[in-house]
Design a protein around this ligand. Sequence first.
Ligand code: ADP
Length: 347
Amino acid sequence: VLDPSADAPCAPFAHQFVCGNFNDEATVYEFGRNLDVVTVEIEHVNVEALARLKKAGVQVYPDPEILKMIQDKGAQKQFYRLNSLPTSAFFMAENTDELKARSGLKPGVQKLRKGGYDGKGVQVIKSAEDYTNLMEGPSVFEELVDIHKELAVIVARSENGEIKAFPAVEMVFDPKANLVDFLLSPADISKEAMQQAEDLAIKLVKCLDFVGLMAVEMFQDKSGTILINEIAPRPHNSGHQTIEGNITSQYAQHIRAILGMPLGDTAIIRPAVMLNLLGEAGFSGKVFYEGMEKVLAKSGVYVHLYGKTETRPFRKMGHITVTGKTSDEVVAKAMSIRNMTRVISKD
Ligand code: ADP
């Protein structure tokens, strides 16, 4: 594993751990040069190095060209348009002047083409006043979707063309932190919508000739239409619950896809809710997980801590998967658990 932080949660488990910057071409190339297979779990990795590794005979998944396209939200949108994959209307602007001139100062969403992550680099523009706070840099301007539900489908494809999708999940966002704070599996949508979401995800990986695991984030608008929002070519926040909730976890599926093994069964074993454990606002410093004894006393509840030593407001510190017999039971249990615990610091 290559990670910039010496105390990365994965470090103690890796056979070989290299502390280094994955945006640096020489570091990534040196890291991968003697390996058989290289993969990523974040899309912001130096693609020039990955392309050189591929050329040198290392198997690199996802393909560096696809990764490069995904790193640019503008190129992503063009790809959807070119392949008739439904997505919100958009245009691209080089700077804020062009954006203002072309938008007609209508409501919409500004997204920086590069470097955004977890809600950073995305700004919903509701009024003409919001146009005074535009972010600088080349961006995509999207029409505002009248969102009914936010959905995600995780889909895997292997080299021989086998494809399997996990049943769609539904995400509920915390408007303050703009991070998923509650995820329900399966999504509470009709059978037809479930099928439609799966078909879209499968069409997308086929169009891309993608090998690996892909999270496809979608919107279902108030009229029931499903649109693709964005994609992430890796195990994803919207698949954490597969560890306990599905026959195969997204992580096992990722490994199966990139090593050419048969893909695992994606069926749901039991409904699940995934709660992000985010650092509480107002607390920074050495982390303390308040109320964990009460959480652990509940049945069908799985706590995953990422081993980060310091908390900060809204930092992703771990997640809790809550399982049960029915979706209603799971949601009720999850809501009570959310009130039992806080990620704070006593410093
Ligand atoms: P990130 O890459 O940071 O996750 P997203 O593109 O997923 O950024 O946008 C973050 C959130 O902003 C979405 O989950 C959604 O709630 C809102 N959003 C994004 N695009 C639109 C849109 N076109 N219309 C309405 N809301 C949107």
